[in-house]
Design a protein around this ligand. Structure first.
Ligand code: ADP
Length: 470
């Protein structure tokens, strides 16, 4: 198609490309009102019809032309883009900048901005690195898409693009140079989380733990939703510590990381008990200080407006063992525990941290660490029930199902029924082992250099049954 400029000035303020009605014919996405195309072989855009665009032309605004590396008059390839399953965005991180100052102040309210962005860009594709312009409260903004995480995929950094849905959680970032101050970011995050009636944990790669998750949110985060002056009036004290306990491999780490990410869009800090004991020997004070440094600086700079900083302490039983148990290197242990407690529970304690301790052995923990004001909310993460196991198996077979490597005879429901007392990690192991059986079938042991018939790879029910008997 031939590139032209976007017709009317007001249309430059969108992320859509425009074509004639006739040219949009082949591009509709079934069961939606969407038209999607990949242009110039890489850039994916939502299309819309506009009467002023001639047949055989595609109208792009300046930003879009730059992304597609074309100018008006150039010819480019336009292909239908079929969105993969799970294309809905779970997380979208945007960097905002002003283009032209409007009449309003430069304080941007994250709650209303997120609402407005979703309205304008609903079902539109966002690609990492892409710049988009839009108007909000008479100001013109440009944002750059910094990060997207598509529902159901864990490694957000590797994902290129996804589509905005009503569930998308938007995080705003600004550089100092932009002069924009974002207010209510925290409320935007929490309202986003709480508005969902049933949070779709499965789309975040966590199976079978929705009751536990709801419990965590109610007990540990409900108080953080209200603005500081309200919590002060109500006399609510935020929960600053939480313990997740239960058998290994049940998803405690998975869940704690996800909570951290959802609350402020960044990866939480993770430290590990046994490692801490070795590494911090003789320097525990400095290390505890470093661990809390970001939270402390943030609280100094922004007081009540500071973000919530999530710190995950894995295998916390290694340092907070009760007095009766073996007391090797007990001196180090005591000093680390004391310093941790001072940070969350002391005279000048921080108000903006949430320490999530994790353990497989709650019975070993020193009672002192579980008192109110410390790891006061304790949630058991137990082995999954049959329905949970089904969800976990679905999560870990999702990719091969999409790429049709999963044979139609695989009955996950039956596998869930036959895996009583398996943990999430063990179920993941079963899936991996089934895959290894399937791959092995495709290899010719006489000649390992022979090319593998990719199309022929199928993971069958027998592979899963073999994996169970391993
Ligand atoms: P824990 O911290 O409870 O020991 P992890 O969260 O480290 O367990 O789990 C290890 C791996 O097992 C995870 O990375 C994940 O791949 C898988 N897994 C465990 N529990 C679940 C679950 N509930 N849903 C999906 N995957 C799970």
């Amino acid at each position: 198609m031939i590139v032209t400029n976007t017709p009317a000035a007001d249309l430059t303020l969108t992320n859509l490309a425009y074509c004639s009605h006739a040219d949009l014919h082949g591009f509709a996405v079934p069961d939606t009102k969407l038209y999607l195309a990949s242009i110039a072989d890489s850039f994916v855009l939502s299309l819309s019809a506009h009467e002023s665009v001639r047949n055989g032309h595609i109208a792009l605004n300046a930003i879009q032309r730059r992304h597609a590396r074309v100018s008006a008059g150039d010819t480019l390839s336009v292909n239908r883009f079929i969105p993969p399953a799970n294309f809905d965005l779970a997380l979208l991180t945007l960097e905002l900048e002003f283009v032209k100052k409007g009449t309003k102040s430069e304080q941007v309210d994250a709650v209303s901005l997120a609402g407005q962005l979703k309205k304008i860009f609903m079902n539109q594709v966002m690609t990492v690195g892409q710049r988009v312009s839009f108007e909000f409260q008479r100001n013109n903004y440009i944002f750059t898409v910094n990060q997207v995480a598509v529902a159901g995929q864990e490694k957000s950094s590797t994902i290129e693009r996804g589509m905005i849905s009503s569930d998308t959680y938007i995080v705003f970032e600004t550089s100092n140079a932009s002069g924009i101050k974002i207010v209510n970011q925290r409320e935007a995050a929490s309202s986003n989380i709480f508005r969902r009636k049933e949070f779709n944990l499965q789309s975040l790669g966590i199976g079978g733990l929705s009751a536990e998750f709801a419990d965590i949110f109610r007990r540990a985060f409900a108080s953080r939703v209200f603005p500081p002056h309200v919590t002060k009036k109500l006399g609510i004290k935020h929960v600053k510590g939480m313990l997740l306990y239960g058998p290994p491999g049940t998803g405690k780490t998975l869940m704690a990381r996800q909570i951290g990410k959802m609350l402020n869009g960044r990866e939480p800090k993770i430290v590990n008990g046994p490692e801490v004991l070795n590494k911090w020997f003789g320097e525990s004070e400095k290390n505890v200080r470093d661990l809390f440094a970001d939270a402390e600086n943030d609280q100094k700079a922004r007081g009540d407006q500071s973000d919530l900083h999530v710190i995950i302490f894995d295998e916390i039983d290694a340092i907070c063992k009760s007095r009766g148990s073996t007391r090797d290197c007990s001196g180090v242990r005591d000093s680390i525990v004391n310093q941790l407690l001072t940070k969350i529970d002391g005279v000048e304690s921080l108000n903006n941290v949430l320490l999530i301790g994790m353990t497989n052995r709650k019975d070993l923990l020193d009672e002192a660490i579980l008192r109110p004001g410390r790891l006061e909310v304790q949630i058991e993460i137990s082995l999954p029930d049959e329905n949970g196991r089904l969800q976990i198996l679905q999560i870990h077979t999702n990719k091969m199902k999409e790429s049709s490597f999963l044979a139609p005879d695989v009955n996950l429901q039956e596998l869930a029924a036959r895996t009583k007392n398996y943990s999430g990690a063990e179920l993941e192991g079963v899936v991996k082992s089934a895959v290894s059986y399937a791959l092995n079938r495709q290899l010719s042991l006489d000649d390992l250099t022979k090319p593998v018939d990719e199309e022929g790879i199928k993971v069958t029910m027998d592979d899963f049954l073999n994996a169970l008997h391993e």
